[in-house]
Design a protein around this ligand. Structure first.
Ligand code: AMP
Length: 424
């Protein structure tokens, strides 16, 4: 059960990032008089009319959305899968690689989805970030390729980082199996992608804009692709990729297998499913609209300097690997510079950095060479770095969905994470 803690009048704290530097200064929750109602900028929450971004914050009237005592959900701790990886009718060599990756048993989405994908059915998977959906589609699709080496599979995702991560994961699962892939994302040199596409590949993983560009250059012939994965389809829709998605799908054979993953199910998403999929099996392992395994709380900055408040937090020992979200590219860069000046090992990722610089920053963060990564929403989408201790919303997210995506970077794979949101 998810417990909500409404912070008013100094009620007992579900999660308090205590510590000497912090105590007595920015207070969690209202100091008497109940919670203040911060104003969160434009639009109206829930105003998703006409295909725009959903859940845009307005005068954010419900501070409780940022406050939640983490509960490791049943799905992640007590879930009893119906299958073991050994039960799946997949090539034994894949099972060896799964074991090498340290996966002992399937997550709920893997348990439910893999048999349907193996049966060549279309699938709609509604799953939160961090539920293991990447392996849920990669494992059966690698098997598909092993059964037919001419099989070509397209994986379309909203961001470059997510594409790179899926490609990395694919390489791990298909180690020693002679399966080849190309990652086709914007921001990276197209020349190398064009050269790689001339070789024989089984998996093409990419972002819609670059993929469309490659099709138009006739470097990518989609009539050969009989399987497509649309991952984080809701994000692709949010990011305005709808026409590129439709363009790509229209060039694929009608007789194909389509796998569609989304964290949310809006009316627009339903329309896409109807257009793109045939008699899909729908599987939902969504566990509510907030990541339950994330302790969520707010920090009132009040009249204090916001950077000082952040510094106090980062000085605490448990803030070991922190992802901080800022609103703008410039703001993110400035914040990173300020943190470096204050002695915190920090890097940034945002749209003003080219792909290799972004990847470099991400790699340093993954390899534990940084305490802090500062990011914009778009740059951070799909980041899968294990053991992020804290997500800090230094600037408020534009929408509630962005909030969910942000905090989903911590508390992954059944571990407990912490999210802190700065409010005025
Ligand atoms: P995803 O939702 O695909 O981004 O996966 C979230 C995290 O869970 C990643 O770090 C995966 O490596 C991890 N993961 C996925 N499936 C399993 C599994 N069956 N056992 C343990 N960890 C997993």
């Amino acid at each position: 059960m998810q417990q909500k803690h409404f912070r008013n009048g100094g009620s007992s704290s579900a999660h308090r990032s205590g510590g000497p530097a912090f105590r007595g200064r920015p207070s969690f929750g209202g100091k008497g008089g109940g919670p203040r109602r911060p104003s969160f900028g434009r639009g109206g929450y829930g105003g998703n009319r006409g295909g725009g971004r959903s859940g845009r914050f307005s005068s954010f009237s419900d501070i409780s959305k940022f406050v939640n005592k983490a509960v490791i959900t049943e799905e992640t701790t007590h879930f009893k899968p119906e299958h073991n990886f050994t039960d799946f009718k997949i090539d034994e060599k894949i099972k060896v690689n799964i074991l090498k990756k340290g996966y002992n048993e399937p997550t709920p989405i893997q348990d439910k989805v893999i048999p349907h994908i193996l049966a060549n059915q279309d699938v709609v998977g509604i799953a939160n970030t961090g539920t293991g959906k990447t392996a849920a589609f990669l494992i059966p699709l690698i098997d598909k390729v092993m059964r037919n080496r001419t099989e070509m599979i397209l994986i379309m995702v909203p961001t470059r980082e997510l594409a790179t991560q899926i490609d990395d994961e694919l390489r791990e699962f298909s180690r020693m199996l002679s399966i080849f892939s190309v990652c086709c994302v914007g921001g990276a040199p197209i020349g190398r992608q064009l050269a790689n596409l001339r070789r024989s590949n089984n998996f093409i993983i990419g972002t819609p804009g670059r993929l469309k560009d490659l099709v138009e250059r006739k470097a990518l012939n989609l009539s050969k692709f009989k399987t497509v994965v649309l991952d984080e389809a809701d994000r692709m829709l949010d990011m305005g990729f709808i026409h590129d998605m439709k363009f790509m799908i229209s060039r694929m054979p009608a007789d194909r297998q389509t796998l569609f993953f989304s964290a949310t199910m809006s009316r627009d998403i339903q329309v896409l499913i109807k257009d793109f999929l045939r008699n899909p099996v729908s599987i939902s392992v969504k566990t509510g609209d907030t990541a339950k395994s994330v302790d969520q709380d707010v920090v009132r900055v009040g009249s204090r300097n916001k950077l000082d408040v952040l510094q106090d937090l980062l000085s605490q020992t448990d803030f070991s690997r922190v992802l901080i979200f800022g609103k703008t590219k410039h703001g993110v860069e400035r914040l990173k510079e300020a943190l470096v000046q204050r002695g915190f090992k920090s890097e940034s990722i945002h749209g003003n950095k080219n792909q290799s610089k972004r990847q470099q920053a991400l790699n340093l963060f993954k390899a534990n060479h940084l305490q802090v990564l500062v990011a914009t929403d778009v740059a951070a989408r799909g980041i899968d770095v294990s053991d992020i201790s804290h997500v800090i919303n230094y600037d408020l997210p534009a929408t509630y969905e962005d909030y969910i995506h942000r905090i989903g970077r911590t508390g992954r794979a059944g571990k407990k994470g912490k999210a802190i949101t700065f409010i005025d």
